[in-house]
Structure formats: C-alpha cells, structure tokens
Design a protein around this ligand. Structure first.
Ligand SMILES: Nc1ncnc2c1ncn2[C@@H]1O[C@H](COP(=O)(O)OP(=O)(O)OP(=O)(O)O)[C@@H](O)[C@H]1O
Length: 362
C-alpha cells in the first residue's frame, strides 16, 4: 500500500538528482520506511524532519547504500542503485558524532576521501587548503583533532565530507552535539556555503529550527511515511494535518463544524478561510491569530502563564466556563502581554486559521 502524501513525489520533476520510489525497509513485521516517494532536485537542500524513530536515519542509510531496501528503488542521477555498493554511489555522509580520526591531524582527516580515491598528494594538499578556507579554518592543517572545539570539529567533518566533491551530500543531525547559539550560526553558514557551491543536500534532523533555517524544502516524517513536504514557509503556514501542526509546536487545535464563513467550536465561533467546505473538521489557530481583547469581549479566558520568546511573548490561556474547551496560546507583543491571573477576551483572526487534514492513523 502506498501511503505517501501526494506532495511527496511532486517537487523536483525530471531534474531530480535523487529519487526514492516506494522505498520500503522492514525490521521484522514493522515497516520503518513505508513506501516512501521523494525527489531531490540538483542543487536543492532538503531537510527531513521528524520525531525520534520516524525513520529519518534509515532513509539516509538506504540512500547511502548502508541499508538494503525490502522493496522500491533508490535512483541517483537516473541510475537505479540496487546492487551498487556504498563506496560507489558518490554520496558524502556526515554523521552526528562526526567520527573524526583522533590519531590524524586536521589535514589527514580532510584528505581521507581523497586518499581513498587515489588523488595525488600535491593535489590533496591544495584541495585540503581550499576546503579549510571554505569552512572557516584556514591554516588548521597540522592541528590535532583533540585540540579543536566541538564547532571546529564539525567544520573539519564537513570539509572531509565535501572533499571528494560528492554529487549528493547527506547530513545526519549535523549539528546535534553543539550548543544552540553555535548551531544557529553554523546553520546559516552552511546554507550559504551549500548555495555557493551548488551542493545538493539531503539532511535529517529532529530540530525544526535547524531544518527550517537550512532547507529549501522540508519533509516531515511520521512512522516511516511522509506526512508533508513543502518549502519551510508552506509547511509553517499550512501544516497538512494535526500531527505536523503539533510537531511544529502548534497546539491550538480544536474540533469544528464549518457552516459558511465560520465554524462552531468549543471556543465559540471561529472564522474560516474562504472556500472551506461545510462540515466537521479539525481547526488550527496559530498563536498569532489569537487576539486579546477586552475581558467583556469574545471568548472569556484567564491567563495561566507566559514565556518570553525573544521576539514575542507566548501567553497561555484557559477558557473560562467553556465545557472541555482546549487551552490556547496567544503570541503577544513584548509590551502587551498580560500578567498571569488576568482576565482577557479572545477573538480569532481568520488569516491564522488553518483547516487540518485528518492525519492518517499510524
Ligand atoms: N537494525 C535495526 N533493527 C531493528 N530495528 C531498527 C534497526 N535500525 C533502526 N531500527 C528501528 O527503526 C526505527 C527508525 O529508526 P531510525 O534510526 O531510522 O529513526 P530516526 O527517525 O532517525 O530516529 P532518531 O531521531 O532517534 O535518530 C526505530 O524504531 C529503530 O529502533
């Protein structure tokens, strides 16, 4: 049975460098990759995102040739990779724990793939110098790996993966071990670097911030299937179903019955976008669409908490007296956020309302 979302196969068209077609991996009776269809276009940066155990690493390993498929195909550059061993696939891999060789210096690590390919020594040295410049470690050839910081080691690992000029670079939680501020800086640098080099990248991460900052296209996985595929903006603005919405941290989700321009919900009437079909559905209201008004207006709520998020304050709200009405989160300006305990009214802004597809049951 093919359970791939329709968006999953549509993105890249005939210029796909990588195509997965019905890719399935089973461990025992469980399909860890379940008929996955995915195209990655030349020069595209695709990030696969999903909770732990959703099959992200298995997908990478299958593309790399480190995990055999039970059915389906991996096609690279138009060629079916069935039977092609990992070292002949021309893909670069960088793993979370970056596995540098501790007994070799930086140059020895970066040149590893070049030595394997029999590149002459003088050429190796030139390429190593070029790559160290590129990743922001000029002149680091002779440094011992153990003397490098985590971020520097990550850059060496990246230089090593890029050295043989792989046609596809695959990153598994590339920045997983690093602290948040370094990760944010490196992810922006990585994106610029890949764009400059025209590298085609397939990365997996469970960190949505990382995926959204790095990718041209985000693929959200759930239980071995693709739940949604789209540009970061598309996925952010229109999460396809409740699973994706909640995975992105959107928890203002409620049962609704649509009649014309509004839906009846446990929060009262919520306006819905033009063209929404009448009938029952699940609705998401992004926090930016939960507008606080005077306590006598709209849905009566009490503020139960607030968290500063840098650019805004996330205000948690408990509807008052609404039988079973789910809690809400509102995004408020830094100066407008009410205190915990305050009574407020809530109105909903239609531009932040999303009708969710029913998630396929896992
Ligand atoms: N060799 C194996 N034998 C049996 N089960 C396996 C094997 N490799 C992976 N699995 C199982 O397959 C599922 C998917 O694993 P995978 O590593 O692909 O997930 P993931 O999304 O990358 O998770 P994480 O984010 O935790 O790395 C998990 O439940 C895992 O336990």
């Amino acid at each position: 049975m093919t359970a791939t979302a329709p968006e999953a196969t549509a993105a890249a068209g005939p210029r796909a460098l990588l195509r997965l077609d019905g890719a399935t991996v089973r461990f025992g009776s469980r399909a860890v990759l379940d008929a996955v269809g995915l195209d990655v276009a030349e020069h595209e940066i695709v990030c696969v995102l999903g909770p732990s155990g959703s099959g992200k690493s298995t997908l990478l390993r299958a593309v790399a040739g480190l995990q055999a498929l039970d059915s389906g195909r991996v096609v690279l550059g138009g060629r079916d990779q069935g039977g092609v061993p990992a070292h002949k696939r021309g893909v670069g891999l960088m793993f979370q724990d970056h596995q540098l060789f501790p007994q070799r210096d930086v140059a020895g690590n970066v040149a590893f793939g070049l030595r394997m390919h029999g590149v002459p020594r003088a050429e190796q040295a030139l390429r190593v110098a070029e790559l160290l410049d590129l990743v922001g470690l000029p002149g680091a050839q002779k440094r011992a790996v153990a003397s490098l910081s985590g971020g520097e080691q990550q850059r060496v690992a990246l230089a090593r993966a890029l050295a043989p000029r792989p046609r596809l670079l695959m990153l598994d939680e590339p920045l997983g071990q690093l602290d948040r501020s370094l990760r944010e800086r490196l992810v922006a640098e990585l994106r610029e670097l890949f764009q400059e080099l025209g590298t085609t990248v397939l990365a997996v991460t469970h960190d949505q911030g990382e995926a959204f900052a790095l990718a041209d296209r985000v693929v959200v996985m759930r239980d071995g299937r693709i739940a949604q595929s789209g540009t970061p903006l598309e996925v952010w603005r229109r999460p396809a179903d409740e699973f994706v919405a909640r995975f992105l941290g959107f928890d203002n989700v409620v049962d609704a019955t649509v009649t014309g321009p509004a839906a009846v919900t446990a929060w009262g009437k919520v306006p819905v976008p033009d063209g929404t079909a009448d009938g029952p559905c699940r609705l998401l209201v992004r926090p930016a669409g939960v507008r606080l008004v005077g306590a006598r207006d709209g849905l009566a709520c009490v503020v139960t908490g607030r968290t500063f998020r840098g650019t805004h304050v996330a205000v948690r709200l408990e509807p008052v007296g609404g039988e079973g009405a789910p809690r809400l989160e509102a995004a408020c300006g830094l100066r407008d956020a009410p205190e915990p305990g305050a009574r407020v009214g809530v109105r909903f802004a239609v531009e932040e309302v999303v009708v969710l597809r029913r998630a396929a049951t896992a």
